[in-house]
Design a protein around this ligand. Structure first.
Ligand SMILES: *Cc1c(COP(=O)(O)O)cnc(C)c1O
Length: 392
């Protein structure tokens, strides 16, 4: 463990870790069980197109989160694109800028303009109080994002959507296995989408899903993700190819069997970080409501430079030198990325909280490949850096 500022790698010391620690290193479930399933898939020679593993995966997820329909997809972005299209969104859709770029791209890809809304100062999800002023005659929907698994104000968003006759979709890519007011994420709004990308705590290599209680919408999404096929030679709708493969579903079923274990490890890591960080002034760990189900998959720090006296970016560099690849999730905000930066050069004027937050956040490694000793070391580096900041 490092003792003084001179032990830090940026001052010439040895890096704390010989192996690189990443944010979003995949969790891998029981390998034997996964390989059995994979062998079975190869034996059956049914590799995709709604095979038994995809069907079982959809059934188990729908049951677990208590929704009528789960439609598995090849990735979360495709799930978003198809849900957006199936809901008939056009014109303008209001979303937070503080999200992964896929939320905006899934709209713009279909020539729908994302209209960026600022965030709530506490939860960091889209601020319902700022939405009404962004509604125009072209607005057709709202997409809330449950950032880091912290859930949007679903009641307020539902009311606005009802009052203005807008569709309401949730990007729940971070919020699989989370709950809100005791109800599992998946059943809010018209639909919710998940990502099961390798970097999410629960993965299917690549994958995603749409969850909804709306029968008609579910039927339409099922058609759209398979070229509009209804039966063998009968195409009844425009569609694309959003199908999940059997191998991905096999990974998903195995990951489901380890879901509780993944969450328990994330929770333990979160508690270790909480304990280790509480004596570093100006460094706040983003918290989760322990009365709700949470996946605890993101360890996020908010750095208040006025108190730490050292910037978020400098702390990220210091950690990188130690082989801890901390990430600035999300930075610099969708409105500062192309093509949105060129389309809406003044979007930032309406996003003061987003512009503040993107300068302050950093994500640290967690998941099944790290534990108490690594966390103690990472926090020790931060503690030394903040305490002796004048020397670095
Ligand atoms: C990961 C992610 C997506 C995209 O999911 P993919 O499965 O990678 O396509 C969308 N939105 C958010 C908020 C994400 O974090």
């Amino acid at each position: 463990m490092k003792k003084t500022i001179d032990d830090l790698a940026v001052r010439g010391g040895e890096p704390a870790f010989s192996e690189i620690l990443h944010v979003g290193r995949p969790n891998i479930a029981d390998r034997k069980r996964l390989l059995e399933r994979m062998n079975d898939i190869l034996d059956r020679r049914w590799l995709t197109n709604g095979g038994i593993y995809v069907q079982e995966f959809e059934r188990k997820i729908a049951h677990m989160i208590g929704v009528k329909h789960c439609i598995a997809m090849c990735n979360g972005t495709m799930a978003l694109e198809i849900a957006i299209r199936a809901l008939g969104l056009t014109g303008e859709v209001i979303i937070p800028s503080f999200t992964f770029i896929a939320t905006a791209h899934a709209l713009q890809w279909q020539e729908i303009a994302p209209v960026f809304c600022d965030i709530d100062p506490e939860i960091f999800t889209i601020d319902p109080d700022k939405i009404e002023q962004m509604i125009t005659p072209k607005t057709t929907g709202i997409i809330g994002v449950h950032v880091w698994g912290r859930v949007c104000d679903t009641d307020a968003l539902t009311n606005i959507a009802k009052d203005y006759n807008l569709r309401l979709l949730f990007d729940a890519a971070h919020a699989f296995a989370c709950s809100h007011k005791g109800q599992m994420i998946g059943g809010f709004g018209d639909a919710e989408i998940f990502s099961f990308h390798a970097t999410k705590f629960f993965n299917t290599f690549e994958g995603g899903a749409v969850a909804t209680n709306n029968d008609e919408l579910a039927a339409k999404i099922r058609l759209m993700k398979n070229f509009g096929f209804s039966g063998k030679d009968n195409v009844i709708h425009i569609g694309t190819n959003g199908k999940m493969t059997e191998i991905s579903a096999a990974m998903g079923l195995s990951s489901l069997e380890s879901l509780d274990e993944f969450i328990a490890v994330n929770y333990q890591n979160y508690k270790h970080y909480q304990r280790e960080l509480n004596d570093i002034p100006g460094v706040t760990l983003v918290s989760y409501d322990e009365n709700e189900a949470s996946n605890y998959q993101y360890i996020v720090l908010v750095i208040d430079e006025n108190v730490t006296g050292i910037s978020r970016d400098r702390l990220v560099d210091i950690l990188h030198a130690e082989n801890v690849i901390a990430r600035r999730y999300f930075y610099p905000g969708c409105h500062q990325m192309e093509p949105y930066r060129s389309y809406f050069p003044h979007a930032g004027l309406l996003l003061p909280r987003t512009e503040q937050l993107v300068k302050k956040v950093m994500s640290l490694p967690t998941g099944t490949t790290i534990g108490e000793s690594e966390i103690a070391e990472i926090c020790c580096i931060l503690r030394i850096a903040v305490a002796d900041r004048s020397k670095i």
